[in-house]
Structures are given as C-alpha cells and as structure tokens.
Design a protein around this ligand. Sequence first.
Ligand code: NAD
Ligand code: TYD
Length: 349
Amino acid sequence: MNTVLVTGGAGFIGSNFVRLLLDRQADWKVVNVDALTYAGNLENLGPLIDDPRHVFVKADIRDKQAMEEVFLQHRIDMVVNFAAESHVDRSIMEPEIFLTTNIIGTQVLLEAAKRHWKVIPEDKYSKEYREGVRFLQVSTDEVYGALGRSGKFVETMPLSPNSPYSVSKASADLLVRAYYETFGLPVNITRCSNNYGPYQFPEKLIPLMLANCMVGKGLPVYGDGMQVRDWLHVSDHCLAIETVLLEGKVGEVYNVGGNNERANIDIVKLILRTLGKGEELITYVKDRPGHDRRYAIDNTKITTELGWTPKYTFEQGMDETIQWYVDNQTWMEHVVSGEYQAYYGRMYE
Ligand code: NAD
Ligand code: TYD
C-alpha cells in the first residue's frame, strides 16, 4: 500500500495517470492536489471523484501552508508532480505565472517532502529518509532545446531551453537535482516528448485541430508546418511514470519517447483525412516566436534499464484519439466555453 500525492491530477496527463494507477495498483491511494486553473477539469476524473481510494484537494502547489496540511493529513509515500503551466504559447504571452507555478511550486513541494520524509529533519547533514519514499518530477524534452535535422535528445545532454515555458521546466529540474545532491532527497526526473490522447486541452496541436475540424473552422498551422515533434500516447507515458516509481534508480533522469517523429503538417492532414474534411481548411499563420524546429527522444535508457517500451503505434493511437474526441463532444463543448474563447481570440484572431 502506497499513498501517492499526484499534483495537477485534474489536467490532461495527471488525470490519465490517476486513472491508470488506481486501475493497476488495487491497494494504493491517491491524494490529488490541483488548483483547477483553466486547464484543470474535474470532468476529466469522472467516477474517480467518488472512489474512496482517491482524495481530491483543491489547492495551489505554491501555497506552503496548504501543502504542509496535505503532508500532515496523509502519510504521503510518493509525489508525482504534474502541476504546471504547460503551454508554450501562453508562456510567450504571460511568462510570470510559469515561473511561480513551475519553479516556486516545485520548490514548495520539494521542501515539504524533505521535511516530512527525513528521519531526523533538524539534522542538516543527514541524508536518511523514510523507506520507500520518492519524488518524481514530470519534465519535458523541451528542456534540451531544439534539434537540427538529425540526432536525438539523451539524458546527458546540456539543458538549453528556449521558451519561457521550457526555461521554467529546466529550472524546476535543476531544483530537483539540488534537493538530491544537497539533501539526498530520493528523486527522479522523467522527460517526455509531446503527449496525445483523451482529455487533452484544445490549446495543444492535436485537440485544437480536432476541435476546429469538427466545426469546420480553419486549422492554424504555424510557419511552414514542417516542425517535427516525437509523439507519445498518454497511456504509454503514464506506464513509464509508474515504471520509474517502482523501478527507477534514485537520482536518475529518464527520457520517455514514443519513436514517432512527425511533421505538424502531416498530423493536420491526417486529422482532415480521418474526419473526411478537405485541405482548404488549412490556414498558414505567422510562426511562433523562437519556435523549436525539431524534438526527438532517445529512449534507450528507460527501455534497456527499466524494461519499459511504448505499446501504441502512432496510427493506432491517433485512430483511438480522434474517435474519443468525436464521441466526447460534450466534454469539448464544456472545455471551450468561457476562458478558452478569450484565449483563442487573443492568440489567433
Ligand atoms: P495540463 O495543462 O493539461 O494540466 C496541468 C494541471 O496542473 C491542471 O489540472 C492545472 O489545474 C494544474 N495546475 C496548474 N497550476 C497549478 C498550481 N499552481 N497548483 C496546483 N495545480 C496547478 O498539463 P499536462 O499536459 O497534463 O502536463 C502535465 C505535466 O507534464 C506538466 O508538468 C508538463 O510540463 C509536463 N509535460 C507535458 C507534455 C504534453 O505533451 N502535454 C509533454 C512533456 C511534459
Ligand atoms: P504544442 O501542442 O503547443 O506543443 P509544443 O509547442 O510544446 O511542442 O505544439 C506542437 C507543434 O504544433 C508545435 O510545433 C507548434 C505547432 N502548432 C501549430 O502549428 N498550430 C497551433 O495552433 C498549435 C497550438 C501548435
């Protein structure tokens, strides 16, 4: 029996992770802390809200007092930190909240974990922690910067982030490293590539294009559309996180990728074809400032050392994902009301 503090568990990946973990670990409990920003949605959790093994706490990871209370009220064994501002375009418009949530929020959680897990908290030299505790930081391949036509990201590469978002995530990674090196806190960092799948907020490429395509609206492709991302199905990502929690070597960083490099324009065309719409919906728009050209993950370390491999092919994952959005248009209607309209207007119109 483990009690896992999942932060950001009402967002896209977090909600998929909570569902997967409680399905697979019958006697585990999840304390789900989420501030319910525009990206957090209790509808993503469905029946889990009434599951006795799932406790939802509406709180901000930057709030020291609230995080202290979570650790006091529950005997937390593991932290999986998903909570973040996660969209590059928003970080270009309003960087500040990325620094406070992604950097300060992570530090607040690290500090609470250190205080509650250390066997002798008042001894600054002690690196002895309660048996079995682990802090897993969910990071991104964007911390490595951009690639040229060839090569892949490996864990030993220097960090070279380019956007306010990726800088904030790289900073959080360095704090996690500092808590390991200085205080001996048992940590892991996972750096994954672009996720896709059910419950993704329609500000990101795939759900935004699906949402627009379903209502016959233009599909805004940045620049020449030849930027490349390495797509990972969210279920494969969640399984990788579970693997690292159970098997990961303390202090290590693991890249997680699906070996699915695709140019944006090819994904847009695939969506149009699958939904039976014509390419006249494609609308080339001004490129994102500082747009990273290519990301690609080398996942040799996690596959050879921990035995995780992605199960989804991109074709199967996209078929299922597109079908999910077709079947869940009410979810989409709820999500795109309110704040989303204001964001869309500011970003694209
Ligand atoms: P998301 O934006 O869908 O969800 C983020 C969640 O965090 C939301 O539920 C939001 O309410 C919550 N949150 C935001 N600020 C908070 C705060 N201050 N306190 C508490 N909760 C807060 O993001 P996602 O796509 O699910 O990403 C989850 C994590 O994975 C992030 O850390 C992100 O950087 C990382 N990641 C995502 C991708 C991807 O493709 N989506 C790729 C690599 C890494
Ligand atoms: P996104 O889903 O925002 O993820 P990230 O920037 O973190 O990789 O974008 C994926 C790619 O799609 C990226 O190259 C930007 C591009 N893109 C568009 O061309 N149009 C859009 O409307 C969006 C949201 C993204």
